[in-house]
Design a protein around this ligand. Structure first.
Ligand SMILES: [Zn+2]
Ligand SMILES: [Zn+2]
Length: 390
């Protein structure tokens, strides 16, 4: 009788299984570090092994946000059942590639997000000193030993990247068996992250984002910036004509400028009609230099800023004092346009319409994301470049 024969190779039997990671453990907008850390923990892999699995080269200067997403990482993502966009976002590829220069070289964790088992790419962006979801200061050191944490996977052949390189404490929650745990993210939180990423992408050319760490939210958190209510002054006679196309004031000269002005007023009137009675009264009293209370709603505050910006110098006091963004005036906009032939006025008008709409959306985002409720002298610390809306 022939017996089955088992030949054991010299190095022993190596069992090769496909790595696993349950879909709910890795949320949209989580970082490549989080992916590697959870993958390693779920499959008992070391930092070296998970690096190889994801195709992360030790020689790459920025292995977790490379110029090109490793092919094996993409293939592994699809094997695990993750949508391609999830893997692309984790490595800051595609549309998020422009954010590479804003990435921090330390691993930064939000106390609340990390307790819930998450580390998002927004945590790695230098303009944030606090978690944009929870407002808590990001920590770049191990909670247990205080050792520094780099934004990388490390080179341990024993421990995974989820462990502190010094004391081995896990930086994200693990079950008793060492398996990663994570709560389900709310759709609202994910939408908030998406909006922040879009917000930063529109401002990626702002020098101040590179110069000041935490440039976005320090004003909100340190309390050192004076933020008293601001009064605006306007000559009484101009109050009667505002919000009508005949209130020309400072815009004049060419036919084109008048057309652009009409275009602006059409939109301004439309936005004005969307404001409710109480908001309108608040607005009028601000314009007359009377308002002291917080804006009744974000919409009217956005409208105030939006109108101030587009009318350029109609209220220099307010304009100069708001360290806000987007900073753009109709005159500046016109000066930045390419020269068109006279009969291209339609193109110019539609471009202005787009810019007006884009800046209105941007102002709503500014007011909402930056958590502003009243007119402030030092609302924000950075300014938008003029090309922001082009
Ligand atoms: Zn958080
Ligand atoms: Zn430690």
């Amino acid at each position: 009788m022939a017996l089955p024969l088992l030949i054991v190779p010299a190095g022993g039997v190596k069992v090769v299984t496909l790595p696993k990671l349950a879909l709910h453990l890795f949320a949209t907008y989580e970082s490549a570090w989080a992916l590697a850390a959870k993958l390693a923990a779920a499959n008992a892999l070391s930092a070296c092994e998970v690096s190889a699995l994801l195709g992360i080269s030790a020689t790459n200067q920025y292995p977790l946000f490379p110029d090109k997403i490793p092919r094996v990482a993409r293939a592994l993502g699809s094997t695990l059942g993750f949508p391609p966009a999830l893997i692309q976002g984790a490595f800051l590829g595609g549309a998020l590639k422009c954010l590479h220069p804003l990435m921090h070289d330390r691993l930064r964790l939000c106390p609340t997000c990390s307790r819930q088992g998450h580390h998002f790419i927004v945590h790695q962006l230098r303009p944030f000193a606090n978690c944009p979801l929870h407002g808590l200061p990001l920590r770049d050191r191990c909670r247990r030993c205080g050792g520094p944490l780099a934004y990388g996977l490390g080179s341990s052949i024993v421990f995974g990247p989820i462990n502190c390189p010094t004391c081995r404490a896990p930086q994200l929650p693990l079950s008793v068996g060492g398996h990663p745990m994570a709560s389900v993210m709310s759709a609202r939180s994910l939408e908030q992250i998406a909006r922040w990423l879009a917000f930063l992408r529109r401002r990626v050319n702002l020098a101040v984002l590179y110069e000041v760490d935490g440039g976005i939210d320090t004003g909100r958190s340190d309390g050192a910036v004076p933020s008293g209510p601001m009064r605006a002054f306007m000559p009484p006679r101009s109050a009667s004509g505002w919000l009508s196309p005949t209130a020309r004031g400072r815009w004049f000269s060419s036919m084109q400028t008048r057309c652009l002005e009409m275009c602006f007023w059409t939109r301004a009137n439309r936005l004005w009609k969307q404001c409710h009675g109480h908001s309108r009264r608040w607005y009028v009293s601000v314009i007359r230099g009377q308002a002291v209370e917080a804006a009744p709603n974000p919409q009217v505050l956005a409208f105030l800023y939006w109108r101030m910006i587009w009318q350029g110098c109609s209220n220099p006091y307010l304009l100069r004092r708001s360290h806000g963004l987007p900073l753009y005036g109709i005159a500046e906009w016109e000066a930045n346009q390419c020269a068109h032939d006279d009969d291209d006025i339609d193109i110019t008008m539609s471009a202005l319409n787009d810019a007006l709409a884009a800046s209105w959306e941007d102002w709503l985002d500014c007011i909402d994301l930056l958590g502003t409720s009243e007119l402030k002298g030092h609302t924000w610390r950075f300014r938008a470049s003029q090309s922001t809306f082009l």
